[in-house]
Design a binder for this molecule. Structure first.
Ligand SMILES: Cc1cc2nc3c(=O)[nH]c(=O)nc-3n(C[C@H](O)[C@H](O)[C@H](O)COP(=O)(O)OP(=O)(O)OC[C@H]3O[C@@H](n4cnc5c(N)ncnc54)[C@H](O)[C@@H]3O)c2cc1C
Length: 451
């Protein structure tokens, strides 16, 4: 049996692919439900992810997986409208005309920004392609220096800097130019007459998780079960130890049965790298940030856009109005707004605030940006938080990525499919989780001496 640590999309994808390759699997999930960061809240209609989720056009593996699982007709590609809130005004940024009309960049700034997005290097006045083909050349280049040289001061100060601060807080200056270039390529698909084309699974991505659970078989998935140890003998992993929530609750009273050990032929660790470190001692130097993300249900829409970036002072990084992307009718008429903030300092005051205090902060912040916002139209707020939700993609990041096969670094039979893997660069995503799970499964299946 192959043991899978973690029942997020990566662990479930690894289990699914391993079964297809003829292996017995068992998924151990510490929480009371699978899904990890893709877990859901209920609404009056379809469920909604606790953290906002959409697909980019460049993400193909998850679409292929959905097809295999019979969900291909349910992936919808929609326009996700973007806007920028600057000096109290919402500026739509979807069509070529709207971008040309945007007043906070000069025509020259827009030209330099446009050329970078198209991958054309216009430094020195002679346009050339190819400069940005090999992203590894920009791995050690600081993002500010890069943007100042390859675009303009205006593009850096008035366009990218507020976005970087929203995404990485006070760690933005550590981020590499390679990440930025990778991101531009990753998001990519934009219809200059309508806006950015993004994907969503009708009914929510929970349906993909459900389909994976059905395919893998719920008898092979154990929730409320934390993996606490990997046991190694003669240079290979031989078993793993788990504690169920029930056992953890009763052990202190001496009523419990203690930890349980399962023999394994190999293990896929599909969690954040701190869990890998606790289980194996392998240290990963990637710094992670946390996220606090609330969903507000309202009677009325707040904005006319899906994704509102905010340059002005605000307690949140962006406002993401899901029901301007997927219609509110799917949610029993509720208008759903995500209010997220990335958190770099888990000892800081903000992370220590309780949900009620955070929700008050959000409502005050929304009212400051939109004085017409009427709190009585609010139906409910649910707040989710997780301490590790996104890497800081700093310079030299690729050297810190955890390999899929840890045979050399840890021991034979230990594989890694979590967020610190290569598939989760330049942006962590559900697709990246599927790819990482598949990469591990394929390596295990093709290992002649192994499982
Ligand atoms: C704010 C935010 C926005 C996002 N936006 C998007 C988006 O727009 N599009 C997109 O595609 N992706 C998005 N993502 C990213 C996406 O959610 C993740 O990349 C993906 O869910 C990661 O899956 P995973 O399986 O690697 O990890 P996780 O989902 O973290 O799953 C790991 C699982 O392991 C379990 N676990 C941990 N320790 C143990 C243990 N010792 N034993 C057993 N189980 C354990 C955890 O409980 C968890 O369920 C977003 C994420 C966040 C937070």
């Amino acid at each position: 049996m192959i043991g899978i640590v973690g029942g997020g999309i990566a662990g479930l994808s690894a289990a699914y692919r391993l079964q297809q390759r003829g292996h017995g699997v068992r998924v151990f999930e510490a929480a009371d439900q699978v899904g990890g960061l893709a877990a859901i809240h209920q609404t009056a209609g379809d469920p909604i992810e606790k953290f906002y989720h959409h697909l980019s056009k460049s993400e193909e593996t998850i679409v292929e997986l959905a097809e295999e699982l019979g969900l291909s007709d349910d992936i919808e590609w929609r326009v996700g409208k973007n806007a920028y809130y600057v000096d109290g005004v919402v500026h739509p940024m979807d069509t070529a005309w709207q971008i040309l009309a945007y007043p906070h960049l000069s025509f020259y700034d827009k030209f330099r920004l446009g050329m970078l997005v198209l991958g054309v290097d216009v430094r020195g006045g002679i346009p050339s392609r190819g400069t940005y083909d090999d992203l590894t050349e920009f791995e050690d280049v600081a993002i500010e220096a890069f943007l100042r040289e390859h675009t303009s001061r205006g593009v850096f100060e008035n366009f990218f800097r507020p976005l970087l601060e929203a995404k990485f807080g006070d760690r933005w200056a550590d981020v590499s130019a390679a990440w930025l270039l990778g991101r531009v390529r990753f998001r990519g698909e934009r219809d200059l007459r309508r806006g950015e084309i993004l994907g969503y699974l009708d009914g929510g991505f929970g349906r993909l998780l459900d389909a994976l659970v059905s395919a893998v078989g719920s008898e092979n998935i154990q929730t409320n079960t934390r993996v606490t140890d990997l046991n190694i003998a003669d240079g290979e992993v031989t078993s793993l130890t788990v504690e169920s929530a029930a056992v953890q609750a009763t052990v202190g009273d001496n009523h419990g049965h203690g930890p349980i050990t399962h023999d394994v032929e190999a293990v896929v660790v599909a969690t954040m790298p701190n869990v890998l470190e606790a289980l194996t001692g392998y240290t990963c130097d990637i710094d992670f940030q946390g996220t606090v993300c609330s969903v507000l249900s309202m009677d009325d829409p707040l904005t006319g856009t899906y994704w509102l970036n905010i340059a002005d002072e605000a307690p949140f990084g962006a406002l993401i109005e899901h029901t301007n992307f997927v219609p509110p009718e799917r949610y029993g008429g509720e208008h759903l707004l995500y209010v997220p903030r990335y958190v770099q300092d888990l000892d800081g005051e903000f992370w220590q605030m309780d949900d009620d205090a955070i929700e008050e902060l959000w409502l005050d912040g929304i009212a400051a940006l939109f004085p017409e916002f009427d709190r009585t139209t609010l139906n409910w707020i649910e707040t989710a938080r997780a301490p590790r939700t996104a890497p800081i993609y700093e310079r030299g990041y690729l050297d810190m990525v955890v390999p899929y096969d840890l045979g050399d670094e840890v021991t034979e039979g230990v594989y890694y499919a979590g967020m610190a893997s290569r598939a989760q660069y330049p942006e962590r995503s559900l697709n990246g989780g599927v790819v990482a799970g598949f990469e591990c499964a394929d390596r295990i299946a093709s290992d002649p001496g192994g499982a």
